[in-house]
Design a protein around this ligand. Sequence first.
Ligand SMILES: *Cc1c(COP(=O)(O)O)cnc(C)c1O
Length: 399
Amino acid sequence: MSHLTSRPAPNSLGFATRAIHHGYDPQLHLGSLNPPVFLTSTYAFDSAAEGAARFAGEADGFIYGRVGNPTVAILERRLAELEGGEAALATSSGVGALTALIWTLLNSGDEIVADQMLYGCTFGLFEHHLPRFGIHVRFVDLTDPAGLTAALGAKTRMVFTETPSNPNMRVVDIAAIADIARRAGALFVVDNTYCTPYLQRPLELGADIVTHSATKYLGGHGDLLAGAVIASKEIIDRLRFTGVKELNGACISAFDAFLILRGLKTLTLRMDRHSATAEKLAHDLEAHPAVARVYYPGLASHPQHALAQRQMRAMGGMIALELKGGLAAGRALMDKVRIATRAVSLGDAETLIQHPASMTHATYDPDERARHGFTDGLIRISVGLEDYEDLREDLLGAL
Ligand SMILES: *Cc1c(COP(=O)(O)O)cnc(C)c1O
């Protein structure tokens, strides 16, 4: 449902136009340019019969704040449209999106095959906590699709990846993995946090489900926590009416939904700028004598450079690097920068620098880090929206 009643059909409009308008018509809200923030926990029914019909799914309308809110519904329509999915569910955090998804769709005894490199708390959930509920995760290198074929078993219900992977920027071939997962009858889930639908649309490449930490680029300003799942209406209805309603309660606030809608207005501008600055900085860093290795898909030295150029509109704002002086040199770099901020999270206007092994990915113990293939010395930079020249001087000066 587009709500763009007097305007052309959404599909004929460009991405930026849809990111600004889709799913909201000011004329339905007293002409208010911006969507109202509906601060309400519950909704009045016309009659007892009407309330019963809404609960039975026989009448449209809101029931209770945990399962729906008009401001949140605008955000959900817009996210579904931008990712090219039928429906979306917004949640209180990215982790809330993942637990709603997995606790709803999987049962004890089921298996997940996941890429070997995941965001720290996703890894914590998969490796340390899902097994307590009888769900087991096999980690494989999904940059090699043949590895997936070998890992699939009779109980595999889900294949899960990030691409590029947090923190070390490995790029997974979404279309190739989708093909293998479909033939095995497993749902293929892509965490699209690093790219947003502007840079990469996994559903169009054959994935079944997209997840987001909307805390990052979708919100874009470091002032909220939120998550999202985009999939078929059938799956989203189950996640809403079982996952969030009865399992994790991870509903997003109307105000945070409003802030994400505001962030989406500048999504294309921000992603273009993040990508352009990161691409230049990645080249600068790679050329510096103190740097051992830069992980950025826009560099010719990146192992999946050609795939990334096919799969992504631009190479994004995230860079990882290792210094020749290892962790000690990385810590010194972090302590010397003056514009980049020492902080976790990503996707904000401010450039953020952090050390995954002791911060975002501290959920991996040293053995796990070695097994999953990322080093102690890795430094992660979320390139912000400041002037390129200032960031260049800040980072190269600190090196
Ligand atoms: C941050 C992050 C998450 C978790 O999202 P929260 O909003 O912090 O709960 C999941 N996946 C990726 C790739 C992330 O960067």
